[in-house]
Design a protein around this ligand. Structure first.
Ligand code: FE2
Length: 389
C-alpha cells in the first residue's frame, strides 16, 4: 500500500478562537483585505470585530464585502482591482464557503497576470493551470460548519456568461491559517445549518467511497459522518445547542481533511452544473436533492462501505449487501428530519435541463465523476438526475 497526505494549513479550532485572527494574520503581511458577503457577518458584528482585531495587530485593513452566494468571477476581478489599488498582501476570508473561496480566488487573481479561466476550466488536454507560489497568503475564518474551504486547496467560482461553476485547485490554494470557531455558527439560521450540514455529509460520504480514499481519509470521513448523524438534527432543532454546534464544526474539520485529499465525486460533479445554471440554489440543497438516488443507485459499487454508512444512520442488518441496499431509505429519513428532503423540481430545475447538467458534469467536473467507484457513464448521471427529479 502507498498513499500520500498533504495539508499544510495551520488550524486553530475552538470557541473564542476568532479573537486570534489579528495575531494569526499579522505575521503574513501588513495590508489585509477582509473578504466577506454582503450582510450576514456585518449584521452579526463579526465584520467590525475582525477589522478591529486586524487593526489592533498593526495591520491596514481594506473591506471588500460584495461577495454573492456562489461567488462570481466578476466579484473576484473587482476584488483583484481593489486589492492591487490598496496594495493588499494578505487575504482574510470571513464567512461561509463563498467568502472563503472568493478570498482564495482574489489571492490568485491579484498575483497572476493571466486569464482566471485558465485556472478554472480544463484545456484541450484536460488540464487546468495551477496557481503558483506567488499566490497571496490566505487566512480563512469559517462562519458555517459546511464547505471546509478553510482546510482545502479548492475555490469554486461561477462564470455567469457561460453558466458554469468550476473550481480552481492546487497546493498553493490551501489557506495558510484556518480558524474554526463554533461560536460563529451560533446565530446561523436552521435552514442554513441544515444545508451546510448536508454539504459536510457529502464531503465525507463521497470521500469515504472515493477511488482515491486512503486509510487516513476513511477514518476522518467516518468520524465526520458519525458526527453529522448525531449532531445535525440537534443543531437544526436548536441553534443554541452548543454541543451540537461544536460537534458539527468538528464534523466540518474531519470532512475538510477528507475533502482536501479525496476531493468530491459524483454528487459534487452534478451539483456544480446546477449552481452554474441556477445560481440561487444553495450548494447544500442541490446536493440534498441527489443524495437518496446516490445511495440507491451507487451502493452496489461499494457494498461494504455503503453498509457502513447505512449502519451509522441506524440500519442494524449484519449482511453488508442487504444493509447497503437500505442506505437510500435511511438517508431519506435523515434528510426529512433536518428539513432537507427536496427534489430537483422543487429547486426550480427544468426537466429539459437534466441532459445539460450531465454534459457539464462530464465536461468540467470529469475529475470528480472519475473518482466515483466503477465506470460512470452519461446514462448513469441521467439516472441519478431523473430519480432525483
Ligand atoms: Fe461541497
Amino acid at each position: 500500500m502507498e498513499f500520500r497526505y498533504h495539508n499544510p494549513t495551520r488550524l486553530t479550532f475552538g470557541e473564542g478562537t476568532f479573537g486570534q485572527v489579528g495575531e494569526l494574520t499579522a505575521p503574513l503581511g501588513s495590508r489585509a483585505m477582509l473578504v466577506t458577503g454582503r450582510s450576514a457577518m456585518e449584521k452579526a458584528g463579526y465584520l467590525q470585530k475582525a477589522k478591529d482585531l486586524l487593526e489592533d495587530a498593526g495591520m491596514a485593513v481594506t473591506v471588500f464585502n460584495k461577495i454573492p452566494p456562489n461567488p462570481t468571477l466578476d466579484a473576484v476581478m473587482e476584488g483583484r482591482e481593489l486589492a492591487q489599488a490598496e496594495g493588499c498582501d494578505v487575504m482574510v476570508g470571513l464567512g461561509g464557503g463563498s467568502a472563503m473561496d472568493a478570498a482564495k480566488a482574489i489571492a490568485v487573481a491579484a498575483s497572476h497576470d493571466c486569464d482566471m479561466r485558465e485556472f478554472l476550466l480544463p484545456d484541450e488536454n484536460g488540464e487546468k493551470r495551477l496557481p503558483s507560489e506567488a499566490t497571496l497568503p490566505v487566512v480563512a475564518v469559517t462562519s458555517t460548519a459546511g464547505t471546509s474551504s478553510e482546510l482545502t486547496p479548492f475555490a469554486v467560482i461561477s462564470l455567469t456568461d457561460t453558466h458554469e461553476k468550476p473550481a480552481m485547485a492546487g497546493p498553493n490554494l490551501f489557506p495558510r491559517i484556518a480558524i474554526q470557531d463554533p461560536e460563529l455558527t451560533y446565530t446561523m439560521p436552521a435552514h442554513v445549518t441544515a444545508a451546510t450540514g448536508v454539504d459536510v455529509f457529502c464531503h465525507a460520504a463521497e470521500g469515504y467511497i472515493s477511488t482515491v480514499a486512503t486509510p487516513l481519509t476513511a477514518h476522518t470521513a467516518l468520524k465526520a459522518i458519525e458526527l453529522v448523524a448525531e449532531c445535525l438534527p440537534k443543531a437544526v432543532a436548536a441553534g443554541a445547542h452548543l454541543e451540537a454546534r461544536r460537534g458539527m464544526m468538528l464534523a466540518n474539520t474531519f470532512a475538510g481533511y477528507t475533502l482536501s485529499q479525496a476531493g468530491g465525486n459524483v454528487m459534487h460533479a452534478l451539483e456544480h452544473p446546477m449552481g452554474g445554471h441556477y445560481p440561487d440554489i444553495a450548494h447544500g440543497a442541490g446536493l440534498a436533492a441527489i443524495i437518496v438516488a446516490w445511495g440507491e443507485q451507487m451502493w452496489e459499487r461499494a457494498p461494504e462501505r455503503f453498509a457502513t454508512v447505512a449502519r451509522i444512520f441506524g440500519v442494524e442488518d449484519p449482511d453488508d449487501r442487504s444493509a447497503a441496499a437500505q442506505v437510500g431509505g435511511v438517508l431519506k429519513e435523515f434528510l426529512t428530519a433536518v428539513g432537507m428532503e427536496v427534489t430537483l423540481s422543487d429547486l426550480g430545475i427544468e426537466q429539459e435541463m437534466l441532459g445539460t447538467l450531465a454534459d457539464d458534469a462530464l465536461r468540467y467536473m470529469l475529475g470528480g465523476v472519475r473518482k466515483t467507484p466503477g465506470e460512470t457513464t452519461r446514462e448513469d448521471l441521467m439516472g441519478l438526475l431523473r430519480a432525483s427529479y
